[in-house]
Write a protein that binds this ligand. Structure first.
Ligand code: FAD
Ligand code: SF4
Length: 458
C-alpha cells in the first residue's frame, strides 16, 4: 500500500500568476481509484467523527472504488449540500484527514480530493431536479452563505417553503465575494446553488434585512421561522497611523471588488488600484488570498507581513505552499507600526518592527512580543489589511431583542441555534465570528433540524 497520497496536479507556476484560473486541477479517474484504494474502510470510522457534518467517508470512497459516482454524490448529499466547494476549501488536514488511521504512520487518505472528484464528475453530466412537494410552512433565511444554503438544503428536503434574502446581487456569501476563483471557481459555487433553486428554494437578492425589510416585516409576511446567517463581513483595522491613506484596503473590499465587481478588467467601471509593491497584513486564508490576487493583478513584489512564525500561520498549508511558489515574500515575526504617505498623501512605505515569540497565550499559540530596537522601513504603494472580521452590526442594531456578545456575535442556544427571540435562529460566522465553511454549514443544519422538529406537520 502506498504510504503517500496521490498528489493533485496543479497549474504550472508561470501560467498561474497572470490569470485567475484554478490552481488545483483535480484527479483523473485513474488517480481517484488509486487514492480510493488506500482507504482501509475502517470499522470504527474515525474520519467520520472528524467531519463536522458527519459525511459517510468510507461509504462514498467504497462507491468510488465501484465506479458508482452518482451514488457516491447522493451519499455525500445526505450530509453536505456543497461537496464541490468543501472538497476544495475545507481544512481537511485539521479535521477528517487529521484523524484518518493512515495519518499515524504516513499520509492520510486524500478525503477532500476524493470528495471533489465525486462532485466534479457528477456535475459533468447535466442533472436537473424536480421541485420538492411543499407542505407550505414558510421559513425565511437571511444571508446566502454556506450557513444559509445548508439550512435551506435541509429545510427544502423536509418539505418546507424556503426563501433566502441576500443583500448582494449574487448568492453564495464569501464563496462568491471572498474566495478568489483560482481556489474556488465561481461556476462551481453557481452549480451547487442551482441544485437548491431547482428543488424550490427562492433566492431574493439585493434585499438587506434590517434596511429594505425588517425582521418584523418577515414575520408579517407569514414566515414561521427565520434563520440569520449574515456572516462576519465587517473588517477590522489595526488603528495605526496612516491606515486611512489612499492605497490602504481592507482584504474584504479588495477581494469583493475583484470577485463581484470585475475590478481585474481594466475597462471595469469599478476598477482597483493595482499596486506594484504590496504589503498584506495577516496570516490567514484571507491574507493569502489577497496576496496571491495582488500577484495576479501585476504586482512586482508582494509581502505577507505576519507577526508570528510560519508554523503559526492560520492559513491552510496548501495555500501557503502555493503562495510561496507564486513568489509571495513572507515577512514572518514582523508587525506593522505605521503606514507612511508621500507628499501627495498616497502610501509610500510601512514601518515594521521585529517580533519574538513568548509564552502561550489564551489561543494556545505563542504570544508575539515586539523587539522595538529592530525596526525596518519597507517601500510599498499598497497595503491590504487582513487581520480579521466581525459580524456586521446592522441587523442587531435594528432588533433590540436579539442578544449578542461583546464582539457583536449573536448568542444562540447550543442545542438548537435558536436566538434570544423565539423562532429566530442563527448560525455561521454571525454567531462564531470568522470561522470556516464547514462550521457554518454545520450550524445551518443544526438550526434546520430544530425548525423541522418544531414545525413539521404531523
Ligand atoms: P457568509 O459566507 O459571510 O455569508 C453571509 C451572507 O449574508 C453574505 O452573502 C452577505 O451578503 C449576507 N448578508 C449579510 N447581512 C445581510 C443582511 N442584513 N440582509 C441580507 N443578507 C445579508 N473557510 C474555509 O473553510 N476554507 C477556506 O479556505 C476559507 N477561505 C476564506 C477566504 C476568504 C477571503 C474569506 C473572507 C473567508 C474564508 N473562509 C474559509 C471562511 C468562510 O468562507 C466563512 O467562515 C463562511 O463563508 C461563513 O459562512 P456564513 O454563511 O456564516 O457567512
Ligand atoms: Fe478510510 Fe482513513 Fe476513514 Fe479509515 S480513517 S475509513 S482509512 S478515510
Amino acid at each position: 500500500m502506498n504510504k503517500q497520497k496521490v498528489l493533485m496536479r496543479t497549474l504550472q507556476e508561470h501560467l498561474r500568476t497572470s490569470c485567475f484560473e484554478e490552481v488545483n486541477l483535480g484527479y483523473s479517474k485513474e488517480e481517484a481509484l488509486l487514492e480510493a484504494d488506500r482507504c482501509l474502510d475502517c470499522k470504527h470510522q474515525p474520519c467520520v467523527a472528524g467531519c463536522p457534518v458527519g459525511i459517510d467517508i468510507p461509504g462514498f470512497i467504497r462507491l468510488i472504488k465501484a465506479d458508482q459516482i452518482e451514488e457516491a454524490y447522493h451519499l455525500i448529499g445526505l450530509s453536505s449540500s456543497l461537496p464541490a466547494v468543501c472538497g476544495r476549501v475545507c481544512p481537511q488536514e485539521s479535521q477528517c484527514e487529521a484523524v484518518c488511521v493512515h495519518a499515524k504512520k504516513g499520509e492520510s487518505v486524500a478525503i477532500g480530493h476524493l470528495e471533489r472528484y465525486v462532485a466534479d464528475t457528477y456535475y459533468q453530466q447535466n442533472h436537473t431536479y424536480e421541485p420538492i412537494q411543499s407542505h407550505h410552512t414558510k421559513v425565511a433565511i437571511v444571508g446566502s452563505g454556506p450557513a444559509g444554503l445548508s439550512c435551506a438544503h435541509d429545510l427544502i428536503n423536509a418539505g418546507f417553503e424556503v426563501d433566502i434574502y441576500e443583500a448582494l446581487h449574487l448568492p453564495g456569501g464569501v464563496l462568491s465575494y471572498g474566495i478568489p476563483s483560482f481556489r474556488l471557481p465561481k461556476e462551481i459555487v453557481k452549480r451547487e446553488i442551482v441544485e437548491l433553486t431547482q428543488r424550490g428554494v427562492k433566492i431574493i437578492t439585493n434585499v438587506i434585512i434590517g434596511k429594505s425589510l425588517t425582521i418584523e416585516d418577515l414575520k408579517d409576511m407569514g414566515y414561521q421561522a427565520i434563520f440569520i446567517g449574515t456572516g462576519a463581513g465587517l473588517p477590522r483595522f489595526m488603528n495605526i497611523p496612516g491606515e486611512m491613506l489612499p492605497g490602504v484596503y481592507s482584504a474584504n473590499e479588495y477581494l469583493t471588488r475583484l470577485n463581484l465587481m470585475h475590478a481585474n478588467n481594466p475597462l471595469s467601471a469599478t476598477p482597483i488600484h493595482r499596486g506594484k509593491r504590496v504589503a498584506v497584513v495577516g496570516g490567514g486564508n484571507v491574507a493569502l488570498d489577497a496576496a496571491r490576487s495582488a500577484i495576479r493583478l501585476g504586482a512586482d513584489v508582494v509581502y505577507l507581513v505576519y507577526r508570528r512564525g510560519r508554523e503559526e500561520l492560520p492559513a491552510r498549508l496548501e495555500e501557503v505552499i502555493h503562495a510561496e511558489e507564486e513568489g509571495v515574500i513572507f515577512k514572518l515575526l514582523t508587525n506593522v507600526k505605521e503606514i507612511i504617505g508621500d507628499e501627495k498623501g498616497f502610501v509610500k512605505s510601512i514601518r515594521c518592527v521585529d517580533m519574538v515569540l513568548g509564552d502561550l497565550d489564551e489561543s494556545g499559540r505563542r504570544r508575539p512580543i515586539e523587539n522595538p530596537k529592530k525596526q525596518t522601513i519597507l517601500p510599498v504603494d499598497e497595503v491590504i489589511m487582513a487581520i480579521g472580521t466581525s459580524p456586521n452590526p446592522l441587523l442587531i442594531q435594528t432588533v433590540k431583542e436579539l442578544a449578542s456578545d461583546k464582539w457583536g456575535c449573536l448568542v444562540v442556544d447550543d442545542a438548537t441555534n435558536e436566538t434570544s427571540m423565539p423562532s429566530i435562529y442563527a448560525g455561521g460566522d454571525a454567531v462564531t465570528g470568522a470561522a470556516t465553511v464547514i462550521l457554518a454549514m454545520e450550524a445551518g443544519r443544526k438550526a434546520a433540524h430544530a425548525i423541522i422538529q418544531k414545525y413539521k406537520p404531523l
